[in-house]
Design a protein around this ligand. Structure first.
Ligand code: HEM
Length: 313
């Protein structure tokens, strides 16, 4: 995948990467955000309904191998899993379609995002970096949240600690356009639901966990039995805004189940594989196109720039 040539987009991408480094410090070889993670392998098996939504290869094949990465928020490679700043959790999924051919989903455990554009997100990060979280009165962050209701709503959305990476729901946040073999298109957003159900810890229980409790637990869980999720898509109702991650669709919007993600083992060398793999928020395959959400092209550029640098470290 080549880097885009749009100078403004590249400059914004670099500014965002630099801003993460200013907040968390720079750790060569690790991601500037979602630095701590763990990788697993498994299989995706589609439902019969999946082909009705999209002609994409993995939604029509009997099954497809997958590689996934669960992660904590923040650019700190050793952030404790039970640090409140380590929420939301991340879940990135790669469908291995063939020799060096793949498509990805990048999701996190909060249904939404603080800003519509990358410029606003940079403003948000800068406000965060120049404010004292213990004394917000009169701070740049207070001013930003006061003038950006979606960011305030995101910050205030509860982000409880999951019992396990396997008992959390994850959200694709940015809409995609799904087109089936008959040429019919619908916009939708991924949601990834744990077969074990959502299970969370109280803040008090979380405080008493080890700093690697989630990374350790998923290894034990997958050694005992496959860890399963349902991959689903929330369909955009007629006339819904499909290019703005801050806008929620009605809770009763149709949800189509696309299939089952079944994780069966930890990756052989999880640290080396995390360093190498660069997930792409743009699907780049027939049957699923990105929406016009401005976060998609920007993130694709950022993850590629950052990933190339990580591989060189
Ligand atoms: C302007 C918006 C965003 C910016 C600037 C941003 C920034 C970043 C950066 C710098 C990384 C590290 C990339 C790498 O080195 O490979 C990253 C990773 C990640 N981001 Fe974002 N992000 C944004 C939006 C989102 C959204 C909307 C989601 C959730 C749907 C998300 C979920 C993740 C996840 C899960 C990872 C880790 C991926 C992996 O395991 O490799 N991000 N983000």
């Amino acid at each position: 995948m080549p880097l885009p040539t749009d100078e403004k987009l590249l400059a914004l991408s670099q500014n965002l990467i630099d801003q993460f480094h200013k907040i968390f410090g720079e750790y060569p070889g690790f991601r500037p955000a979602h630095a701590k993670g763990v990788m697993l392998t498994g299989t995706f098996t589609p439902t019969a309904a999946a082909a009705g939504l999209s002609s994409a290869q993995h939604l029509n094949a009997p099954s497809t191998p997958i590689v996934v990465r669960f992660s904590d928020s923040t650019g700190l490679p050793l952030v404790p899993d039970n640090d409140p700043n380590a929420n939301p959790k991340g879940f990135a999924i790669r469908f291995m379609l063939g020799e060096r051919v793949h498509t990805d989903i990048v999701s996190h455990s909060t249904d939404g995002f603080p800003t519509h554009t990358g410029d606003e997100f940079l403003e948000f990060l800068r406000a965060l970096a120049s404010s004292d979280p213990k004394n917000l009165a009169g701070s740049p962050l207070e001013a930003f949240l006061g003038s950006h209701p979606a960011a305030l709503a995101f910050v205030q959305t509860p982000k409880p600690f999951p019992f396990s990476f396997g008992t959390e729901s994850y959200f694709g946040v940015t809409a995609m356009k799904f087109t089936n073999a008959a040429g019919e298109s619908k916009f939708g957003r991924y949601r990834i639901l744990p077969a074990a159900g959502n299970q969370y810890l109280s803040d008090d229980m979380a405080k008493h966990q080890d700093s690697d409790y989630l990374v350790d637990e998923i290894g034990e869980r997958v050694a005992a039995a496959p860890v399963k999720f349902t991959l689903a898509v929330q369909i955009a109702p007629e006339g819904a805004v499909v290019d703005d991650a801050t806008i929620h669709w009605p809770a009763d919007s149709q949800v189509v189940e696309l299939g089952t993600l079944e994780l069966t083992a930890l990756s052989a060398d999880t640290l080396a594989e995390q360093k190498h793999i660069i997930f792409d928020p743009i699907p780049r395959l027939a049957g699923i196109e990105p929406s016009d959400d401005p976060l998609l092209e920007l993130r694709a550029a950022i993850y590629l720039m950052s990933g190339r640098k990580r591989r060189e470290a």
